[in-house]
Design a protein around this ligand. Structure first.
Ligand SMILES: Cc1ncc(COP(=O)(O)O)c(C=O)c1O
Length: 396
């Protein structure tokens, strides 16, 4: 039976991590996989998470099954965080939502639900988008297409082309947008551009599907929710997939949220039954542990403010690292202006250099990142930035 299966190439990012581990150069630099790292290159457990774990240890009395929708306090807390506590759609009972195994789990069950709504649904993703969007949505059986997004030669968003393309999509098509901190480019829509996309969604009748995996890593927890909140205020139906992997540092606990803003409360109840049915048919119910931790943090004023301070610290460090990299590249006499890195948001930037140059950096200087030239800004630190900048300047 199994001989029918062809071997698959390793995942490019995970393959890169394996190659990095094997590299014996003590000056090697890993800017590949998207995890936050501190100055020493570690990804520690957030203090707010450690405190919530202690509380959970004391208060959890059973490991009995939870429900397919997951931890209700987690869902309520996350909806407040993403949509704002006083969001009319929450008060009007228009949001169907389940806890999901990570942002990936959320994306997948939402794609499965779209397939149940209409098997011919076409989903438009940005060119480029996060590589895993393709299998997460495509393997549910939905057709994918791309809209223009980023121009490498000018390191900026091709907004006019994007809008021209989205003006031509069919009513009922789905358009996937990154809520903030676009992965892989770090190039986000301005508030004005979000308003234009929301207007277009209503005019054309496409359904916005917003993936938010880095809330708080761009400008701030509230500011990063601008696009989502605007869409939810202005478009009657919106889909949201959220991840707590990065901003809560809960990567391996697999914590995410799948939410659907519906036209009215009656539809919401139907959609809620459907999304739970989809989850039941794939993994039955999400793991409760990480969701319970987020619930504790968001519901407790002290832990919430500690967590917000930690998100601020991570964000500000990444903003400083961007400036440090740009300065060092200039000092090394780089023949290209990398000032655009300072305008980009979150954990990633495209260096906008050629794949051959990325490969040369890997082979000759043990600097690891994917061929697209996406770098994880959090992998930079004050100790490696000079070496990194010299290596980059050297391959230009
Ligand atoms: C854009 C985007 N969406 C979703 C996710 C999902 O993350 P996870 O499944 O680890 O929560 C990620 C993770 O890298 C991401 O970058």
């Amino acid at each position: 039976m199994f001989e029918t299966l062809p071997a698959l190439a390793p995942d490019p990012i995970l393959g890169l991590s394996a190659a990095f581990k094997q590299d014996t150069n003590p000056a090697k630099i890993d800017l590949g996989v998207g995890v936050y790292k501190d100055e020493d290159g570690n990804t520690p457990i957030l203090k707010a998470v450690a405190k919530a774990q202690a509380i959970l240890q004391e208060t959890e009395t059973s490991k009995v099954y939870i429900t397919p929708q997951g931890v209700q306090g987690f869902i309520d807390g996350m909806l407040g965080l993403i949509l704002g506590k006083a969001s009319p759609v929450i008060l009007e009972n228009r949001v169907a939502a389940v806890q999901a195994p990570g942002g990936c789990g959320a994306l997948r069950i939402l794609a499965e639900l779209l397939k149940r709504c209409n098997p011919d649904t076409k989903v438009w993703v940005s060119d480029p988008t996060w590589a895993n969007h393709i299998p997460l949505i495509g393997n549910a059986g939905l057709e994918l297409a791309t809209y223009p997004y980023f121009d490498k030669s000018s390191a900026s968003i091709k907004f006019d082309e994007m809008m021209e393309c989205l003006a031509q999509v069919k009513k009922g098509d789905v358009v996937l947008l990154h809520g903030c901190c676009h992965n892989p480019t770090g190039a986000d829509l301005t508030n004005e551009q979000w308003r234009a996309v929301a207007e277009l969604a209503n005019k054309v009748g496409f359904l916005p599907f917003i993936d938010v995996a880095y809330q708080g890593f761009g400008v701030g927890l509230e500011e990063d929710a601008y696009g989502i909140r605007l869409m939810v205020e202005s478009v009657p139906e919106v889909i949201i997939a959220a991840s707590c992997s990065k901003n809560f540092g809960l990567y391996r606990e697999r914590v995410g949220l799948a939410a659907l803003i519906c036209n009215d409360s009656a539809t919401r109840n139907i959609v809620q039954s459907q999304i739970q049915y989809v989850a039941r048919g794939i993994y039955s119910m999400p793991p409760s542990y990480g969701g319970a931790l987020v619930d504790i943090i968001l519901a407790n004023d002290d832990l919430n403010s500690l967590w917000q301070d930690e998100v601020t610290e991570m964000r500000e460090r990444m903003i400083q690292l961007r400036a440090l990299l740009v300065d060092n590249l200039a000092k090394q006499g780089a023949s290209k202006d990398f000032g655009f890195i300072n305008q980009q948001k979150g954990m990633f930037s495209f260096l906008c250099i050629k794949p051959e140059q990325v490969q040369k950096l890997r082979a000759e200087s043990s600097v690891y990142f994917v061929d697209s030239s996406r770098v994880n800004i959090a992998g930079i630190n004050t100790k490696n930035v000079e070496t990194l900048a010299a290596a980059i300047a050297g391959v230009l």
